[in-house]
Design a protein around this ligand. Structure first.
Ligand code: C5P
Length: 221
């Protein structure tokens, strides 16, 4: 899509993986590199969109011409996405958001105590940002896209997740050892709330990004 089919549009993309701190030096995190989200941001900008990229802990260079908002935790990601989504035509949640965070944060480094077993870590639920935005669109007609990494029954689990989250499109990919996380390439199926299934063959993350924007662009038209 070299044509500027997204000119005049504002799109919000989340990328990377949230980190949920336990103390000043430790966190619970995940293996998301941010590459897919950055590819989505770059391709949207190339197609003429104004792009806000909410970047959670991604060690990647800022894409040219993209407004990058760095965040750490899921709660911070939610604030930043909701703020940017207020006037957005599309929101694409490519970030790996922690489902849970530690219930408490220790202001000082947690220390081991001689002869004592460690304290268990209690987790609490994080807000589900995708479900929140999809269920109560900040802007009418906004297109909301989610990502889902599944290890088994990819299509059935993906279809159930699309419905549960209430989004318009869900990009489902199979993950496992050596697959997807940190890789340059991806393979996926994009499920639509209209029942559509768009297979995306193994290829660069930019190619998947362009297919996502094709489907978004069609829904905005
Ligand atoms: O439920 P699951 O984590 O598999 O859903 C993945 C999708 O939901 C991704 O698009 C992710 O960005 C989004 N998500 C979210 N808030 C959460 C968990 C996931 O927006 N707390």
């Amino acid at each position: 899509g070299a044509e500027a089919d997204l000119a005049g549009r504002h799109v919000v993309v989340s990328a990377g993986g949230t980190r949920e701190p336990l103390d000043p030096v430790r966190f619970l995190g995940n293996r998301s590199s941010g590459k897919q989200g950055y590819a989505l941001a770059r391709t949207a900008a190339a197609r003429g969109a104004r792009v806000t990229l909410i970047a959670a802990n991604a060690a990647l260079p800022d894409p040219a011409g993209v407004d990058v908002v760095p965040v750490g935790t899921a709660v911070q990601l939610r604030e930043a996405v909701l703020k940017a989504a207020a006037d957005a035509d599309a929101v694409v949640m490519a970030a790996a958001v922690a489902d849970f965070r530690p219930a408490t944060y220790a202001a000082g480094k947690i220390k081991k105590k001689d002869g004592l077993e460690p304290e268990p870590i209690t987790l609490v639920r994080n807000p589900d940002i995708l479900a929140e935005i999809a269920g109560d669109r900040p802007r009418a007609g906004q297109v909301v896209v989610g990502f889902a990494a599944e290890t088994d029954d990819v299509l059935a689990n993906g279809r159930a997740k699309l419905e549960r989250k209430g989004c318009d499109l869900l990009v489902v990919n199979e993950v496992g050892e050596r697959k997807t996380f940190g890789a340059e390439e991806n393979e996926a199926v994009v499920l639509g709330s209209d029942g559509s299934e768009t297979p995306v063959p193994h290829g660069p993350k930019e190619a998947l990004a362009d297919i996502v924007w094709n489907l978004v662009s069609r829904r905005l038209a």
